[in-house]
Design a protein around this ligand. Structure first.
Ligand code: ADP
Ligand code: MG
Length: 576
């Protein structure tokens, strides 16, 4: 807890000036609130009896001046104070997003998108609120309580003591209900999260929903979420209503008792009329921090819980990164060596054990084998999407762990089965291959990927918007875009992981040409389902259960009687 607060305080350091301005203004504003009851007392008891109009006008003007000053302070607290909170919030968000970029595939495999989004938006918003109101609210509440109590004692000691005895009832009532409010808000937060997740998933999968005509099912699920949201929020309002009216009643009860007692003291000549009125006004000032405690009890735990999640997130160390002496490699030749490589996504379930594989620079090797055999896994280790648990992978004789991630990955291009395209234009998506590419280079890449006729046929050309994840393109067009991206990137090593498996044979054949051209002069790893597409590879590797069980050229493997490749080939040939 102390640790957490120290970490939180550290975020104020760069904004010391703003903090001092905000804090002192808030304190001054709090103190000025106490001025009015005192002024009224002085006004009634001292000024009115003098019958001097000039003096009374002067005093009123003085009071007005105090209010103007206070109004100015409110502006500072509201604007600059929130600026302070907002700066801290944006700084935290920047840090969180930075961190997000560094985390490895393994982290995202186990993460829910909705939770991550909530962490970077809602959590941080709540932290920002606390960052602004946090320190000053608590301080001002305490200061006002003590200040008001001291002034009450100054006005009339017995009356102040009576008040001090009654007030704890109000305070306890307020706190107890505040706590219950916090619990209901917590529950509500959970409901809202469920709700968001449901909507997010529904929108993401709406095509599946409609294809299965399962709208009624989705409606029913949503209605359930909606109902529990309604019930929880109604419960929250019930608690709120009870809490508000009870604390109101208890405060007014204290006020009536004070009024009665005060009147009694006035009648006995122990209290002046001005003191009586001033005291009642002080009582109101005294109550205001009590009301504030409610909101403090609500926002503090929310903000702190959010900050805790934020810290936890920042503390997840990226498990794959650059070590201190990692070198930036220039363009590699592309000779690849897997040496005794073992790997598993979970420690208890190895996928690869002691894999050895050498690929010459410029060679094209194909991986075939049944689904789940480990082909994609072998490829994913090369750009270090996952880290080998044993052994090493070398490119041009250098361990890939001794290269910076950035320079290693700039040497590798990947076209996979499901292409991710960004919601933007064709131009943006091609240029993602090399952000500083010129218009001419983008066109050239598009031409080599055989996208030029499509672009020419579109009224907006390269600036055509392709929709979220490229929904406005056909499967073949998406793959071509992915290919253009790699042409632009121009890496010496290429991975084609079932790049055309999702396409029909005719489209596949058309794209094969572009892929063959893309593979020219590069070390290429091809994973393919349809054997016809890899028959031309320099070497074909048959993978089973994470092991390479056969290798050779197409004709060698076909000749090998009874081999797995022959079996696979026989299984596919008649269909073709
Ligand atoms: P292939 O590409 O040959 O079809 P993969 O390399 O994708 O096979 O998968 C090999 C094994 O690793 C499978 O058993 C699969 O379930 C598992 N696997 C693949 N990706 C992951 C992942 N991200 N997390 C956990 N297990 C995975
Ligand atoms: Mg695969």
């Amino acid at each position: 807890m102390k640790d957490l607060l120290t970490r939180f305080a550290a975020y104020y350091r760069p904004h010391r000036g703003l903090f001092v301005l905000d804090f002192s203004s808030a304190v001054a504003a709090g103190l000025l609130e106490l001025a009015f009851p005192v002024a009224v007392t002085v006004f009634i008891d001292r000024l009115l009896p003098t019958n001097q109009l000039g003096l009374i006008v002067l005093a009123s003007l003085g009071l007005l001046l105090i209010y103007i000053l206070n109004a100015g302070l409110q502006v500072i607290v509201t604007y600059w104070g929130h600026m302070l909170g907002l700066r801290i919030e944006t700084e935290m968000r920047r840090k969180a997003f930075d961190h997000l970029q560094k985390l490895s595939f393994g982290f995202f495999d186990n993460m829910k998108t909705g939770h991550l989004v909530a962490r970077l938006t809602k959590d941080l918003e709540e932290i920002g609120e606390v960052a602004h109101h946090g320190p000053e609210d608590l301080f001002i509440a305490l200061m006002t309580l003590i200040g008001a109590l001291l002034l009450m004692l100054w006005v009339h000691v017995p009356l102040a003591l009576i008040t001090a005895m009654l007030v704890p009832v109000t305070a306890i009532l307020t706190t107890v209900y505040g706590q219950r409010m916090t619990e209901t808000w917590h529950a509500l937060y959970g409901r809202v999260a469920e709700f968001n997740a449901r909507i997010e998933e529904n929108v993401g999968g709406i095509r599946v929903v409609q294809a299965f005509a399962n709208e009624d099912h989705e409606r029913a699920l949503f209605a359930q979420n909606n109902r529990s949201y309604l019930a929880t929020k109604l419960e929250a309002y019930k608690v709120m209503a009870a809490s508000m009216s009870l604390s109101y009643l208890s405060m007014r009860f204290v006020q009536v008792v004070v009024m009665l007692a005060g009147a009694w003291f006035v009648m006995r000549g122990e209290l002046t009329a001005g003191g009586f009125v001033g005291f009642l006004l002080l009582l109101n000032v005294f109550f205001s921090p009590l009301e504030k405690i409610n909101s403090i009890i609500e926002t503090y735990p929310k903000g702190l819980a959010g900050f805790q999640r934020y810290c936890h997130f920042l503390d997840t160390r990226p498990d794959i990164g650059d070590h201190d002496t990692a070198q930036t490699v220039a363009r590699l030749e592309g000779a690849i060596d897997y040496r005794n490589v073992s790997f598993g996504y979970q420690a208890e379930r190895p996928v690869l054990t002691g894999l050895n594989l050498s690929i010459k620079a410029g060679e094209t090797v194909a991986f075939v084998g049944s689904s789940g055999a480990g082909k994609t896994t072998i490829c994913s280790l090369l750009p270090r999407f996952y880290e080998v648990t044993e052994g090493a992978i070398l490119i041009d004789g250098i361990d890939i762990r001794d290269m910076t991630l950035k320079s290693l990955r700039s040497n590798i291009g990947i076209v996979a089965q499901d292409v991710f395209l960004f919601a933007g234009t064709i131009r943006n998506n091609i240029a993602y291959g090399r952000l500083d590419a010129t218009e001419a280079e983008i066109f050239e890449a598009a031409r080599r990927a055989r996208l030029d006729s499509l672009i020419a046929s579109l009224p907006a050309g390269l600036d055509t918007v392709i929709g979220e994840r490229g929904v406005k393109l056909s499967g073949g067009q998406k793959q071509r875009l992915a290919v253009a991206r790699i042409f632009l990137k121009n890496p010496p090593i290429l991975i084609l992981d079932e790049a055309t498996s999702a396409l029909d044979t005719e489209t596949e054949r058309a794209i094969q040409q572009s892929l063959a051209e893309l593979a020219e002069g590069r070390t290429t790893l091809i994973v393919a389902h349809r054997l016809a597409t890899v028959a031309h590879a320099d070497r074909i590797l048959v993978v089973e259960d994470g092991h390479i069980i056969e290798q050779g050229t197409h004709s060698e493997l076909i000749a090998g009687a009874g081999g797995r490749y022959r079996q696979l080939h026989a299984g596919q040939s008649p269909v073709k």
